[in-house]
Design a protein around this ligand. Structure first.
Ligand SMILES: [Zn+2]
Ligand SMILES: [Zn+2]
Ligand SMILES: [Zn+2]
Length: 89
């Protein structure tokens, strides 16, 4: 990726999209979510920090998978948790 703000985002060649537009953890527990994010390491789609369960940031901390992409229709951006930086693609 050109002019990436950090090494994690620079390492991404192909942005992973959501397999399904659901939070894969919220559906297991019957919870609601606000927005969806897709992990760029393993491709899991989870909910954002505006959602009650914040599964995406929990996954990033536990799995040490730094970068997520928005899984919202029409949004094309990446976010790196450890560096707190965003990049459009
Ligand atoms: Zn980074
Ligand atoms: Zn969730
Ligand atoms: Zn992951």
């Amino acid at each position: 990726m050109d002019d990436a703000p950090c090494a994690h985002i620079a390492a991404i060649e192909t942005v992973k999209g959501p397999r399904k537009r659901v939070c894969e953890e919220c559906v297991k527990i019957g919870a609601q979510w606000v927005h969806l994010r897709t992990c760029q390491n393993c491709g899991v789609t989870l909910c954002c920090d505006s959602s009650p369960n914040r599964h995406a940031s929990g996954h990033a901390r536990q799995s040490k998978h730094p970068v997520i992409a928005s899984a919202q229709p029409g949004e094309r951006w990446l976010y790196c948790y450890p560096d707190d930086t965003m990049a459009d693609y």
